[in-house]
Design a binder for this molecule. Structure first.
Ligand SMILES: [Fe+2]
Length: 218
């Protein structure tokens, strides 16, 4: 049953990001940002809600129950009302191991220090380790699976946005770049090097990562 809001909330006038009068939009618009992810779950619903709160340091803005039909938990990690919605669908079943469709959702962070803090927090909480940790050249990325098996990438652009775009256009996947797997690294060794004071300018540089991985140091 829906509750009455009148005592707790007073409606405000709408305030969109921008107003475009009729005729102002003259070409196909691209999204301004990626806003949210909707995930159907079933048996692992509670674990999913816990996982997304932890990995995003998120906060629940609403839980909406519909008898036995479904329940939605809205989670945010910034000033938006929701970024991830986990939806319990009783009887929906499990995600197959090799589903066709979306492979992963990537979330950008501000620093290697942040990526490492997330890694250490999830590890301490007993979550399985990321199944792939790699320097792609353009990014440094940790790939996790949520309790239902959806892939979540936490990543950092290794250069400024435009330089990262140039790296993608002109260097990544060339012969000089080599095999993608040459950028793979051991996350525990990454933590060790980071905490021993090896600078980010080295730890985020794929050529350095490649060299250290070859030498067994990363
Ligand atoms: Fe990705």
């Amino acid at each position: 049953m829906a509750t009455k809001a009148s005592d707790t909330y007073k409606l405000k006038p709408v305030a969109p990001y921008k107003v475009d009068p009729p005729g102002a939009i003259k070409k196909m618009p691209s999204p301004r940002e990626m806003h949210h992810v909707h995930i159907f779950s079933d048996d692992n619903y509670d674990a999913m809600v816990e996982f997304y709160q932890m990995i995003f340091n998120g906060e629940i803005t609403n839980v909406n129950s519909h008898e036995n039909r479904m329940e939605l938990t809205f989670i945010t990690y910034d000033d938006h009302d929701h970024r991830v919605v986990v939806i319990k669908r009783p009887g929906w079943g499990k995600k197959p191991d090799r589903p066709v469709g979306l492979s992963h959702i990537a979330f950008a962070y501000n620093s290697l220090g942040e990526l490492i803090y997330i890694y250490k927090t999830l590890k301490a909480a007993g979550y399985p380790p990321p199944h792939w940790t790699v320097n792609h050249g353009n990014s440094t990325s940790f790939y996790y699976k949520d309790p239902d098996g959806n892939e979540v990438e936490t990543m950092l652009d290794n250069f400024s946005s435009l330089d990262t775009q140039d790296y993608k256009r002109f260097y990544q996947f060339t012969e000089d770049f080599g095999d993608m797997a040459e950028g793979n690294f051991d996350p525990d060794k990454m933590v060790e090097l980071y905490e021993s004071g090896v600078p980010d300018s080295v730890l985020l540089d794929r050529e350095e990562v490649r060299r250290m991985a070859r030498e067994g140091k990363l």
